[in-house]
Design a protein around this ligand. Structure first.
Ligand code: 5RP
Length: 230
């Protein structure tokens, strides 16, 4: 059922894609449906070009015949379509469950608009139940962890910081060769303040808080697909 809802959201977002558009293409299980459906449109003659937000998505695009470019060749995009881990009423997001947050944020920020695709479970009153991914430099990790602990506690972290591991138990490494620290908040009451404080730590590369980036969400539930456009 959940896969069906993700596919419905992806299909509805495709309605916003126009011939000739330069797209940012997201990462994750919901974005996967978008890539498959986009591939069908391309096969039917639609002319688009896309910048993938991860190596995984790049592979998927190639498999589905979606033509790719880079931000070097195409630095300004029309639209990014991507999933999210949480969406709050102000269209602020937690992203990075799949570890692609840095490229996702670069690509979405290079786009005129970002549409989030999700099933209804991603809608929350307040961000923070999903652990917040923070991308960090491997260099100086011990010192960065102390600074992260201090900032996260000041901003009300209820749980702890955990370094993300890959399936084989080794440290998870992002496409940019960084590590991910997941911070279990419970509830983030000052999203902008936390984002600013975290990004001021020298070893922090980026956070999974997307503030002022997404313009709309296409959300699928048992009762149908709705567009949230606050
Ligand atoms: C990857 C992401 C994903 O968009 C997010 O984790 C949602 O994934 P899914 O669609 O599989 O639930 O931010 O870094």
């Amino acid at each position: 059922m959940s896969e069906q809802l993700k596919r419905q959201a992806a299909a509805a977002a495709l309605e916003f894609v126009e011939d000739g558009m330069k797209l940012g293409i997201g990462t994750g299980s919901t974005a996967l449906h978008f890539v498959e459906l986009l591939g069908e449109k391309v096969a039917a003659g639609m002319k688009i070009i896309g910048v993938p937000t991860s190596e995984r998505t790049a592979e998927l695009c190639k498999k589905n015949g979606v033509p790719l470019t880079t931000l070097e060749e195409t630095p300004q995009l029309d639209l990014t379509v991507d999933g999210a881990d949480e969406i709050d009423p102000k269209m602020r997001l937690i992203k990075g469950g799949g570890g692609a947050l840095l490229r996702e944020k670069i690509v979405a920020s290079a786009s005129k608009n970002m549409i989030v695709i999700a099933d209804k479970t991603k809608i929350v009153d307040a961000l923070g139940v999903f652990p917040l991914p923070i991308e960090v430099m491997p260099f100086g990790l011990g010192s960065t962890m102390i600074a992260l602990e201090d900032v996260c506690k000041r901003f009300g972290m209820q749980g702890s910081l955990t370094q993300r591991k890959a399936a084989d138990g080794t440290n998870f490494v992002t496409d940019g060769q960084h590590f991910i620290i997941d911070a279990t908040f419970g509830r983030i009451s000052d999203v902008e303040g936390l984002d600013t404080a975290l990004r001021a730590i020298p070893g922090v590369v980026e956070t999974g808080l997307f503030v002022g980036i997404a313009s709309k969400a296409v959300v699928a539930g048992e009762d149908g697909v709705s567009i949230i456009d606050p």
